[in-house]
Design a protein. Sequence first.
Length: 117
Amino acid sequence: MSYLLLIVEPVGQRAQRTPEEGREAYAQMVSYAESLQARGLLTRAESLKSDTEGVRLQVRDGERQLMDGPYAEAKEMIGGFFLLTCDTREEALALAAECPAAQWATVEVRELGPCFM
């Protein structure tokens, strides 16, 4: 089964880190990804740029509506993800608990489901 670990960060948290703190957090996440890779569990991992560089799209009544980031109503942003292959939900939760980001953000665990039935 495939599970997605979403790293849900408080908005603005990255900007509050010193460059040294940012490098240390990044190094911890790279080490975590390498550990998952070595165990054959990692399918893909990516960091996402800040929501200040994002855009949201909706189509209402045939009209495209765009909203550039940052999003004033948002208190959190998706900072990145790990796509894993695990045997059980419990294994995915155990791996999420190992994630360094769980110390400064929320790690949301979601099982992938079919797009079409």
